[in-house]
Design a protein around this ligand. Structure first.
Ligand code: GLN
Length: 495
């Protein structure tokens, strides 16, 4: 039988249309493969084989009836476990939601299913999307497919692994401060955070609502653009979703980078960035210049405030959003309490992990009377300065460039005792969320231990098509995306 693992959307669609393979065979091959890689990598909280086979059979009926196939017909997808699917467990990798079965499906997931995608499982993540390494799950840590002693990055570790290791062709994650781009970069795949509002968040369990955004992972930029075409657009159920027409992200890919004005952000390429990462980004810039874009350097000193601003705003919003988990309405409830107040205390003490509790305490402090103006209020003001600075630069440039992360994937356990060092991993991704901009991570080389490095391209608001086409042009001019983790030796490459 044709090897079905590691193929692109286009390749699988063609096999399906030409009746060389059935959607059920594609689903079964991926479900089998998922089990193998999951045993080694911990990428899934709940595989959903019954859902996958039901959806695949529907596609096979359409093929048999000669119905025109939707754009993602038969394509295996994994969903981060904070994206609700009706009647399937959505745990957010938290004990407090361990047995939560939502009665509704997230709009982004619904759109994927309407487009024919086949859901193979709910993927592992840091608890409530708080973390950079996928070590904050209440159930199990996840491991990097390139080296299982390293972290996959977080918080969408599972969705990144799923694509990198071939358990699904595409996946969805959420990105509040880098949670799609960081694991994409650590696992050597493409991951994109769209402009705030481009994808509906209805059915995404909220972490920090002014920053959260759903976005796609894929092995190629084209697969990511195809997925974004499907999941983007206005949704009456999310008042923050963008209420206007969007371009066809796939046809825009052909425009190339000729004439685009780009700049590398000086503060994100200097001190604190590993030399091998810096070199990989500089090499990528040389390629991009060869392709016909101009690349200069900009200085944005205000970005040095991004981390403290993010950790005040994100924790303040998280403490408000997580107030709903009180043991009364749904989720885990501590048994050994004899009045309502001790029930609240016991439920939240036992139900949340230590990083989530740390964030709730930080956020509560930042919002408390007497400190509100000095912390939360001040953070909002500095966030505006960051946004203004980006707006200013985007008058002169179409795309800003930086590494995704200061280093390649670090070792499992290496940073768990030191939250501040862990937080620094997101230094280059967080400003993009604070300003609501689109950002993409695209593979641009390998560093120590043959671990992948990611290049970050950041666009102006609604510049999603621009960063996709630049990423596509760069990808097509390089070979990085063709490399596959050694773990998959024996599975032939699609190229
Ligand atoms: N690592 C960051 C945090 O822990 C970002 C997480 C995210 O984007 N969800 O908050």
């Amino acid at each position: 039988m044709t090897e079905l693992i590691g193929k692109s959307i286009g390749e699988l669609s063609k096999l399906l249309k030409d009746k060389q393979v059935k959607a059920r065979e594609i689903a079964e091959a991926h479900l089998r493969h998922l089990q193998t890689v999951d045993d080694k990598l911990g990428a899934f909280n709940s595989p959903t084989p019954d859902l996958a086979l039901k959806q695949a059979d529907k596609i096979d009926q359409m093929v048999a009836a000669g119905t025109k196939l939707p754009p993602l017909a038969g394509i295996p997808v994994a969903l981060k476990d904070n994206i609700c699917v009706a009647d399937y467990r959505t745990t957010c990798s938290s004990k407090i939601l361990e047995n939560f079965v939502p009665p509704y499906t997230a709009t982004a997931a619904n759109k994927l299913f309407d487009a024919g995608a086949v859901c193979v499982g709910k993927a592992n993540m840091d608890e409530f999307a708080m973390g950079s390494s996928n070590e904050n799950s209440a159930f199990k840590i996840a491991r990097n497919p390139w080296n299982t002693d390293r972290v996959p990055g977080g918080s969408s570790g599972g969705p990144a692994i799923s694509v990198s290791a071939g358990a699904s062709v595409i996946s969805l994650g959420s990105d509040t401060g880098g949670s799609i781009r960081l694991p994409a970069s650590f696992c050597g795949v493409v991951g994109m955070k769209p402009t705030y509002g481009v994808v509906s968040r209805f059915g995404l369990v909220a972490y920090a609502s002014s920053l959260d955004q759903i976005g796609p992972f894929g092995r190629t930029v084209e697969d990511v653009a195809t997925t974004l075409n499907v999941i983007s657009g206005h949704d009456n159920k999310d008042s923050t979703s963008y209420n206007n027409s969007l371009p066809d992200f796939v046809s825009e890919l052909q425009k190339g980078v000729k004439g685009l004005r780009m700049a590398v952000i000086k503060e994100l390429i200097g001190e604190g960035i590993d030399p091998e990462v810096r070199q990989a980004v500089l090499n990528a810039i040389a390629v991009i210049k060869d392709l016909g874009a101009t690349v200069t350097e900009v200085s944005m000193p205000v970005l040095k405030h991004s981390l403290p601003v993010y950790y005040l705003i994100a924790t303040a919003e998280a403490c408000a959003n997580l107030a709903r988990y009180d043991g009364v309405k749904y989720g885990y409830r501590a048994e050994d309490a004899n009045d309502i107040l001790s029930m609240y205390f016991a439920t939240r003490s036992k139900g949340f992990g230590s990083e989530v509790k740390r964030r709730i305490m930080l956020g509560t402090y930042a919002l408390s009377s007497g400190y509100y103006d000095a912390y939360y209020g001040k953070a909002q003001q500095v966030r505006r300065l960051i946004k203004d600075e980006f707006d200013k630069e985007f008058k002169n440039f179409d795309i800003l460039i930086s590494p995704v992360s200061p280093s390649v994937a670090f070792g499992v356990g290496e940073k768990t005792e030191d939250p501040l060092t862990m937080y620094l991993t997101d230094i280059a991704t967080i400003p993009v969320n604070l300003a609501g901009l689109p950002g993409i991570s695209v593979p641009c080389g390998f560093g120590k231990g043959n671990m992948p490095i990611g290049l970050q391209l950041v666009g102006a608001p609604l510049g999603d098509a621009t960063i996709l086409r630049a990423a596509h042009a760069y990808e097509q001019a390089t070979e990085w995306h063709k490399a596959r983790p050694a773990l998959l030796n024996g599975v032939s490459s699609s190229k």
